[in-house]
Design a protein. Structure first.
Length: 141
């Protein structure tokens, strides 16, 4: 890091921007709903694939801190070594394909375009089916 001028400041700036973006997304995706209670529950983490696994490791850590009883990770593709690393941290890991010459997640998709915030909001609204979420994070029937 000493070889890169102002590396510490660049990392701090990037961290601040990413934190701000995460807060923005959480606010618009939750629409005022509280985070679900995860203590003593099974949490399933699904991603479009693993590359370095850094994001998945962070998600696993966050769920452990929230008290999830069991963490299941499911991805369609990832490098074998990364899938093994995730297996060590999650309670169950499903990595469908571990190609020998993995380069990037996107190479395994015909369409790897980004999901918009509006797409996410629509999917979350469909999932709730108008039932809403209670203060305890339970779905109302």
């Amino acid at each position: 890091m000493r070889a890169i001028p102002h590396a510490d400041q660049a990392i701090e700036d990037l961290t601040a921007r990413e934190t701000s973006e995460l807060q923005r997304r959480e606010q618009i995706y939750r629409e005022g709903r509280p985070a679900p209670e995860l203590r003593d529950r099974t949490a399933i983490l699904v991603d479009d694939g693993l590359a370095t696994g850094a994001t998945m490791r962070a998600a696993i850590k966050a769920l452990r801190q929230r008290g999830a009883a069991k963490i299941v990770v499911a991805v369609p593709v990832g490098p074998l070594d990364t899938c093994h690393e995730i297996e060590e941290q999650a309670d169950e890991t499903i990595c469908l394909s571990t190609p020998e010459f993995f380069q990037a997640v996107g190479q395994y998709y015909e369409d790897f375009s980004q999901t918009t915030d509006e797409d996410v909001r629509e999917l979350l609204a469909q999932d709730l089916g108008g039932r809403g979420v209670s203060e305890q994070g339970e779905q109302n029937q």
